[in-house]
Design a protein around this ligand. Sequence first.
Ligand code: JFZ
Length: 426
Amino acid sequence: MGLIEEREERTKWFMQDRFGMFIHWGLYAIPGRGEWVHSDEQITQNVYQKYFDEWNPKRYDPVKWAKLAKAAGMKYAVLTTKHHEGFCLFDSAYTEYKSTNTKCGRDLVREFVDAFRAEGLKIGFYYSLLDWHHPDYPAYGDMYHPDRANESYKGKEHHFDNYLTYMHNQVRELMTNYGKIDLLWFDFSYEGHMGEEWKGTKLVQMVRQLQPEIIMNGRLEANGESYGSVMTDEPNIFSGDFACPEMIIPPYGLRTPSGREIPWEACFTLNNNWGYTPNDKHYKNSAQIIKKLVECTSKNGNMIVNISPDAMGEIPKKQVEILEEVGEWMKDNSESIYGCRMSEFEKPEWGRYTQNGNKLYAHIMEESIGAICLPGVKGKIKKARRLSDGYEMLLLTPWVAKEFPDCEFVNYGTPDCFSFTVDPTP
Ligand code: JFZ
């Protein structure tokens, strides 16, 4: 089997599940100005150290997090085991900069894994390739921020190889100590540090040996803007199993030049930050999240939505509210998401189709009144039922057939983003 066939095999569950939870959590929750605060504000290691000294998330209850993810209809979750700041939420043997050495003394990753697994969710680890704490990690952003050298790196002798050994060791720990891990989310590569510069081949071989079924994103050689060789017909060993567009949904389903489908997952924040930022109140609403999830599904992609717990371990109320509302919709309509994909029928004016075999799901996204026309399905509908209550959607063809003989119409009352199924038998 070639690399493309292998990834098609591995990503089957992922392409069925469609919807996941992203969790950005770390020391940056204390200053509460986003996960880049260390670099953005050029905070020195000494000053940042006080966040480590204070870290004590007394209200961390991952069972609550897992139940929220489940209630929202999410099927997997990805936690930042280490973000760019370098702080490890897990008990690594290779650093002192870890949660078990803080006041809380807990392996936060282990508790996350246990809780989410117990709820039947698949487990994903985010691991930052950047590390602003490690003395041998160089200035991040030769490209973007040449002025922001890692504090402890400046003016000292450094050995990037040491960092690579450290990074590989930690990935080995994560792949060894927590049972079966379903997904690994590296972040991220840039010019000078990508692919083989991370010793990518060796790294991936190790990961695959320890976790044969795991799927990986493409950021060992890519970032949020470019998706890397996962897009080609000749992927590298480290190009990953899926593309990960950030804060954007591709205009159409992704395919290699020869036409093979490329699995992808769009990641989104709920406000405008990944890390806890209480002053950022620019929240998307649940209807927007639902529309985006439908859009991803209708283009053969996944969506992963981020929460940003505070320093105590509490998920902001507003985020809980949004996800619970999404969950309300999913309770009625998830059948139009799980296992669904791009429809063979053209996109309707009023929303989107998703499809699973011979079941077509119509997602009406406008506040329309009266009847809507279902393009492409004339004469193929066996029955049309609203998902939420089984209500028989009234087909209007007999009434308007004379005027529009090529069209199928359905009566429609409730506005805004609901779905119903029609059975288009050929
Ligand atoms: C990265 C992180 O930097 C960010 O903090 C967050 O974790 C997100 C999910 O992933 O964001 C990036 C990384 C690279 C680019 C853009 C956003 N990039 O190079 O365009």
